[in-house]
Design a protein around this ligand. Structure first.
Ligand code: TRP
Ligand code: SF4
Length: 328
């Protein structure tokens, strides 16, 4: 049986944290069982925000790959590669950019949002406007049926579908497949301070954190802000810590904490100690695999080289098909 193809990418803008894991990576791992998965590191995309000082991208690319492998992405099942090592992405991006009307891109909600949100760097570049065009090239080069992404990426996928229809319509040939977004429902997980977990807020728990780091970070976590004193009852429904219990603690412990928190039978300090135990137990397999991988320094490069070789064959064939349809 031929398995349907999945493709997705992540920007190497830093080491991955638990938000990335529960928001995407965990899902990617389980998709491997059912689909022919292509996962890539979108290092050209990360230039849209890091172009002033791109030197970290190389390091992050490696770190993200290690995060993937430690989390159970299996190179025997999935094809792992690096975007910029496959120039076909750039070539197809250029070709697509000739047929995509600029107003389609200006209408893109993430374009406007990010421009307002990101103040540390000038986001008025030509490349950033074309971000979804490059993303479309990434997807269609591999004839991907499904693209697992967060809900924030839904407008990009819609745009990809429009671009595919426009290209296929212009050249009267079904060259590209219209990709379908596979939106994962992601549990709400905030950072240690209660804001969205993010590298730039300095509130993230990383997959690469040591047991000591994790213990320290959990200790510092914001809990129910209304619970000022030990005697005050708390509310797990508004507590920033409780969602982590939901992901890492056994059900009976969750129930116990929910009950005891509301009657002030348990204090936040004890609750954090329990959480630390649960998180460390839950992350133990990832930590173990990371240790194994770091003992084989060439392994990651070999996996990425192998995956890139395989991916490039697919990309080249699709690009040739596109040029043939254009009679170019
Ligand atoms: N835009 C995606 C993100 O920031 C990353 C990405 C680039 C991607 N190209 C892609 C995701 C192609 C899916 C498919 O999360
Ligand atoms: Fe949150 Fe636990 Fe404190 Fe309750 S006891 S407020 S769930 S940290």
């Amino acid at each position: 049986m031929i398995r349907k193809r999945i493709l997705s990418g992540m920007q190497p803008s830093g080491p991955l944290h638990l938000g990335n894991y529960f928001g995407a990576l965990r899902n990617w791992v389980s998709l491997q069982e059912e689909y022919d998965c292509f996962y890539f590191i979108a290092d050209w995309h990360s230039l849209t925000t890091l172009y002033e000082d791109p030197h970290m991208i190389k390091k992050y690319t490696r770190e993200v790959a290690i995060d993937w492998l430690s989390s159970g992405i299996d190179p025997e099942k999935s094809t792992l590669f690096v975007q910029s090592r496959i120039p076909e992405h750039a070539e197809l991006h250029l070709i697509l950019s000739m047929v995509v009307p600029v107003p389609w891109l200006e209408r893109n909600p993430t374009y406007k949002e990010k421009q307002q949100e990101i103040k540390s760097v000038d986001m008025s570049s030509y490349g950033f406007l074309g971000y979804p065009v490059l993303q479309t090239a990434d997807i269609v080069l591999y004839n991907a049926h499904y693209v697992p992404v967060g809900i924030d990426q839904a407008p990009h996928l819609e745009l990809s579908r429009e671009i595919v229809r426009r290209f296929n319509g212009l050249y009267k040939k079904k060259v590209f497949i219209e990709p379908v977004a596979k939106i994962s429902d992601t549990p709400k997980l905030n950072g240690t301070d209660g804001r969205k977990m993010s590298k730039s807020y300095n509130n993230a728990i990383y997959l690469s954190d040591s047991e000591k780091d994790i213990t320290k970070k959990i200790k510092s976590m914001l809990t129910d802000p209304q619970r000022a004193r030990r005697e005050d009852p708390g509310d797990p429904d508004v507590c920033n810590l409780y969602p982590f219990h939901k992901l890492y603690s056994p059900l009976d412990m969750q129930k116990e904490i929910d009950r005891d928190c509301r009657t002030a039978a348990i204090g936040c300090g004890d609750c954090k100690m329990k959480l630390t135990e649960s998180v460390l137990a839950g992350m133990a397999p990832q930590m173990e695999r990371r240790r194994e991988i770091s003992g084989k320094p060439k392994l990651v490069d070999e996996i990425l080289a192998e995956g890139t070789k395989k991916a490039q064959r697919v990309a080249r064939a699709t690009l040739e098909k596109a040029k043939a349809a254009m009679k170019f």
